[in-house]
Write a protein that binds this ligand. Structure first.
Ligand SMILES: Nc1ncnc2c1ncn2[C@@H]1O[C@H](COP(=O)(O)OP(=O)(O)OP(=O)(O)O)[C@@H](O)[C@H]1O
Length: 260
């Protein structure tokens, strides 16, 4: 049985009267590629932010490698490296690719600049962008910016290996990309799962069918604040759950209430 790396137990979160997560139980196991899917506004990004330690739940517990996490990410440094890959890539426009990818090392490590530049270049090669460190984000396509944000997410600090990323959390990594650019990102996500210096465990929030099918193994379907269904990705074609069937068919008829 694989080791649980992140476990949410009965996690609830409301914004005012809007109950977004309602006693959610969810586990990410070492080595797995988990897809978190569900209708818009159902709390998928909120779950990622809770798992990443950027947002405190109202109730419930979060265990990182079996240890109860108290507080936010600042308080639990070192217990498990978790990197969030933001939907909009979240690069600093005024910094070069090299300065973006190596940002934390330039700011917080004692490594010489030439050493950081080499570490950055290694990661840029892994995401298929060798020799682009001198460019600015505005000079890159949307797909290239995504790849830069992946390189940043898998950066490692040789001074502090305990903080190396062990789980990547992708928030809609292929949103806004054309089908071919999406395939490149999906294949890269898979490639990084199996490569030394990549990251073997990840969860992806996505609406894209191709991303679900190419880049995930297990699916958790969220609906109205709860885990409504879970199974292997191939089970979505045979499940008799009407909400999952509706989600994948895109039909407006079914149990999922359509906001107009
Ligand atoms: N900081 C916040 N303050 C108030 N409401 C919020 C906040 N963050 C999220 N929400 C609300 O929580 C709900 C869930 O948002 P979330 O972004 O997690 O959903 P989602 O499933 O990722 O949606 P989508 O698929 O459309 O990206 C939405 O109704 C959203 O408006």
């Amino acid at each position: 049985m694989a080791e649980p790396l992140i476990e949410l137990r009965d996690v609830s979160k409301a914004f005012g009267n809007n109950v977004v997560l309602d006693q959610v139980n969810l586990t990410i196991y070492r080595g797995e590629a988990l897809g978190i899917i569900g209708p818009s506004g159902t709390g998928k990004s909120t779950i990622l932010r809770v798992m990443a330690g950027l947002l405190e739940p109202d109730s419930g517990e979060i265990y990182l490698r079996g240890q109860l996490r108290r507080g936010l990410v600042e308080d639990s440094r070192g217990s498990l490296g978790i990197s969030l890959v933001f939907q909009n890539s979240a690069l600093f426009d005024s910094l070069t690719v090299d300065e973006n990818v190596g940002f934390l090392l330039y700011q917080h490590s004692h490594l010489p600049r030439h050493r950081i530049r080499q570490l950055v270049e290694d990661k840029l090669e892994m995401v298929g962008l060798p020799g682009t460190g001198h460019l600015y984000p505005a000079e890159l396509s949307g797909g290239m910016r995504k790849r830069v944000s992946l390189a940043r997410a898998i950066m490692e600090n040789p001074e502090n290996p305990a903080e190396n990323p062990e789980v990547l959390l992708y928030d809609e990594p292929t949103a806004g990309l054309d089908p071919i650019a999406s395939t490149i990102i999906e294949d890269l996500i898979r490639d990084l799962q199996h490569r030394q210096g990549g990251c073997g465990t990840y969860a992806i929030v996505t609406h894209q069918h191709s991303t679900i099918r190419r880049a995930t193994d297990r699916i958790v379907f969220l609906y109205q604040g709860k885990v409504k269904w879970q199974g292997q990705v191939e089970d979505v074609d045979t499940t008799d759950d009407p909400a999952v069937q509706q989600f994948f068919s895109g039909s407006v008829e079914g149990p999922i209430q359509v906001m107009s």
